[in-house]
Design a binder for this molecule. Structure first.
Ligand SMILES: Cc1cc2nc3c(=O)[nH]c(=O)nc-3n(C[C@H](O)[C@H](O)[C@H](O)COP(=O)(O)O)c2cc1C
Length: 186
């Protein structure tokens, strides 16, 4: 395999390669109000318990809703929802009810008061597990307490943000390298 000819690259833009998981829609509820925000900055922190770290900007309406309710739902949209995903990220729940505005259906969760989004492929009900990093990093450490995942397709076409208005849509999947993994690393 040939080495790559690498050039200097702005450090502020490395996120374009590192932003890993799919773009998600984070739904929340507080005092009779419901809301949705688009979120790309999240990471798996542990799988038992199932912990996910989420960056929620202090200026977002969702910030106060999740901090006060200590709950939310992480929903996984597919590529057919791309335009709505961007529009949801361009509007604030301070001004509009985004469920009504974008024609999305709120479904009750089993364990949290925040609504699931019916049109999303998967919905993970979360409770705030650790608030100690919110003040310094706006990082909410959430525990997934209940997961709802569509039976099909096996591989949804998820959206992955690369910055600068560009999405990558998930495509090829391979199990070709599975045999190389140590069993406990699978
Ligand atoms: C593709 C995309 C990814 C985004 N990722 C994040 C994110 O990781 N964290 C965040 O706080 N805001 C993120 N935003 C911005 C919020 O979605 C946006 O500020 C939204 O309007 C907040 O809504 P709210 O005020 O109703 O909470 C993203 C927006 C887009 C379009």
């Amino acid at each position: 395999m040939k080495p790559y000819d690498k050039r200097d690259f702005p450090v502020a833009n490395v996120r374009r390669f590192l932003e890993p998981g799919p773009i998600v829609l984070l739904s929340s509820a507080w005092k009779g109000e419901r809301n949705i925000m688009t979120m790309g900055w999240h990471m798996i922190m542990e799988f038992q318990p199932s912990l996910v770290g989420c960056y929620i900007w202090t200026e977002n309406h969702s910030f106060g809703m999740v901090r006060k309710s200590k709950e939310c739902v992480i929903n996984i949209p597919t590529a057919d929802l791309a335009a709505k995903v961007v529009r949801i990220g361009n509007t604030s729940g301070r001004d509009v009810d985004k469920f009504a505005e974008f024609g999305l259906t709120a479904q009750p969760g089993a364990k949290v008061a925040a609504p699931l989004i019916a049109e999303c492929y998967a919905s993970f009900e979360c409770r705030l597990a650790d608030s100690s990093l919110i003040g310094k990093y706006s990082l909410f450490v959430l525990e997934v307490v209940k997961a709802h995942v569509a039976a099909s397709p096996e591989y949804p076409r998820t959206l992955h943000y690369r910055g600068d208005g560009e999405f990558m849509i998930s495509g090829t999947n391979t199990r070709r390298y599975r045999k190389l993994f140590k069993p406990h690393m699978l």
